[in-house]
Design a protein around this ligand. Structure first.
Ligand code: ATP
Ligand code: MG
Ligand code: MG
Length: 552
């Protein structure tokens, strides 16, 4: 019995188990290695591995690798890594549909022998005409009546490489008048002279997805084959293959709705375009909805799994709000992220009454609500940086930060009062001269009230850093939804703003790897070790802001 919250798939599985159809549950996650996994795939991974976990069954990872021209080893390695990063593992080795090419071929021969498949020599254009339309039944191909002997002989020659690409295909012999176009003698095999990443040049004949998938499922003893809704119309063909070949099991296909997220794209083909046309900096660009991009952005596997749980499993499609994904990571990091200070628009402060060359080590909690996470050391010195935006000369009413003659507390440090504004020749403010109050470390001042609390970094001990402020990749909710325009037109020109003159507290000179930090008052930021190495300077990526700035 499932201990997971019940959805329609759990109900079907419960019924099948109660009816004694299976003694245990086997699922599979079947990516085609033609790109990197994205957040949509995460839903399928969480569902397939989650169902297996809930029923104490297993979930295989199976590469659905029947299109050698679009697939490669880089994608295979990335997919394995991403599934494991999400927190799942498969029993034994990963599987490949190509592991089964011999058996799939034998099942095709079986169909030919039963008079249920034939070699068709129509050109693609002719075949399209014979196929008919949604409103008009198709016509039988003139090759439908080929003898079993001739079909067997030709199919063998197709495998042996004796025919050209496109000259012949193997088709199932089902029903050219079926209202379901997928049943009008669908193609089972086509000739492709391509080197395959797993099978090399062994094959020049590759099975189609609709033939490969049910057989692979059956060979692995998959009990429930969960796929997205666009395969609903393919289910009769899936069942036809299972019924008409001597496969060892009868898996059941169940469809669920794809996950769509607004302000982004969940299609490998379109994501590939972003990469190839250099609109982003590779598959792992932190703006990409790929798992590798999200990891680099600072998303945790926990937050993605939680998001998938919140989205749930439905039979009806819809679009999920990006805000939901952002709040999933925000909630996770609010609980766990260590706190740190980073000044992104530095304005120098000189504490005129603090002795030159001296500093003090202050201890601040790593996380104010989690004493078990310990303390961190922060250096206080005569010269500090605060954020330019925390100072105005003419404060508006209710201004809660610094202004001339007023006092603020520096987070975890002392209270200081602004005494003098220093300008450069161009009139720009270059520094503030302030006086700190020695009686105010962890204590309220007597006789006056600071306006607020601001963050700061020692200008003497702080570490220079680059901070990349990421925002949504597209400016419109459904960039791919408009047939008239190309989704590229809707790229957000401000999806990346690079702040090059930032200062972080000294402890971050060697940033931890595990989690993003909360830069106090700014948001969540993760260290980018790769980019830090490239630039020879610390680089942090903004994972998400502290609050939902998109909420209207
Ligand atoms: P894409 O259009 O991005 O290439 P795909 O469905 O062709 O997606 P596959 O590699 O075949 O990609 O997907 C592997 C599994 O993940 C399939 O079972 C597929 O149905 C599922 N999947 C893909 N995209 C989504 C999505 N947006 N939501 C839920 N499941 C998805
Ligand atoms: Mg697919
Ligand atoms: Mg695809």
């Amino acid at each position: 019995e499932a201990n997971k919250s019940s959805n329609f798939i759990n109900q079907i599985i419960d019924e099948d188990l109660a009816a004694g159809k299976h003694s245990s549950v086997v699922t599979r996650f079947p990516p085609e290695p033609n790109g990197y996994l994205h957040i949509g795939h995460a839903k399928s991974i969480c569902l397939n591995f989650g169902v297996a976990e809930a029923y104490k069954g297993v979930c295989n990872l199976r590469f659905d690798d029947t299109n050698p021209e679009k697939e490669n080893q880089e994608y295979i390695d990335a997919i394995r890594n991403d599934v494991q990063w999400l927190g799942y593992d498969w029993p034994g080795e990963a599987r490949y549909a190509s592991d089964y090419f011999d058996q799939i071929y034998d099942f095709a021969v079986e169909l030919i022998q039963k008079g249920l498949a034939y070699v068709c020599s129509l050109s693609a254009d002719q075949a399209a005409i014979y196929r008919g339309t949604l409103t008009e039944p198709g016509k039988p191909s003139p090759f439908r009546q080929r003898s079993i002997e001739e079909n067997l002989d030709m199919f063998r020659k197709m495998r042996a490489g004796e025919y050209e690409e496109g000259s012949h295909v193997l088709r199932a012999r089902i029903d050219m008048a079926s209202p379901n176009m997928n049943m009008r003698d669908p193609i089972l095999y086509r000739i492709r002279f391509r080197t395959h990443h797993q099978t090399g040049d062994t094959w020049c004949l590759y099975p189609m997805y609709d033939f490969t998938h049910p057989i692979s499922d059956a060979l692995e003893g998959v009990t429930h084959s969960l796929c997205t809704l666009e395969f609903e119309d393919h289910r009769p063909l899936y069942d036809w293959v299972i019924e008409n070949t001597s496969v060892p099991a009868a898996p059941r296909q169940i469809e669920f709705a794809r996950l769509n997220l607004n302000y982004t794209i969940t299609s490998k083909r379109k994501l590939l375009r972003l990469v190839e046309e250099n609109h982003v900096d590779g598959w792992d660009d932190p703006r990409m909805p790929t798992l590798t991009g999200m990891r680099r952005r600072g998303f945790t596997p926990e937050s993605i799994r939680h998001f998938c749980e919140m989205v749930g499993v439905n039979k009806v499609g819809g679009t999920v709000d990006m805000g939901m994904l952002e709040s999933a990571i925000r909630d996770d990091l609010n609980e766990r992220a260590p706190r740190a200070m980073c000044v992104m628009r530095p304005l120098k402060v000189i504490l005129t009454n603090w002795p030159q060359g001296e500093s003090e080590t202050l201890t601040l909690p790593v996380h104010p609500q989690k004493p078990e996470l310990g303390m961190r050391e922060v250096i206080w010195s005569r010269e500090l940086y605060i954020d330019r935006e925390d100072f105005v000369e003419e404060p508006p009413r209710k201004w809660k930060r610094l202004s001339p003659g007023e006092a603020v507390r520096l987070r975890g440090g002392y209270v200081m009062t602004c005494r003098e504004v220093i300008r450069g020749e161009d009139g720009q403010i270059t520094e503030l001269h302030c006086e700190y109050d020695p009686a105010t470390l962890g204590v309220n001042p007597e006789g006056y009230k600071p306006k607020g609390v601001i963050h700061w970094v020692s200008a003497e001990a702080g570490v220079p850093a680059v901070v990349r402020l990421y925002d949504r990749l597209f400016t419109t909710e459904n960039p791919a939804g408009n047939k008239e325009s190309d989704f590229i037109e809707f790229l957000n020109p401000e999806s990346l703003i690079t702040m090059t003159d930032c200062w972080v507290e000294p402890a971050l000179a060697e940033p931890q790897r595990a989690l993003p930090y909360q830069f106090e008052r700014e948001g969540y930021f993760v260290h980018d070790s790769q980019e830090s190495e490239n630039r020879g300077k610390l680089v942090f990526n903004r994972t998400v802001t502290l609050r939902d700035s998109w909420e209207k």
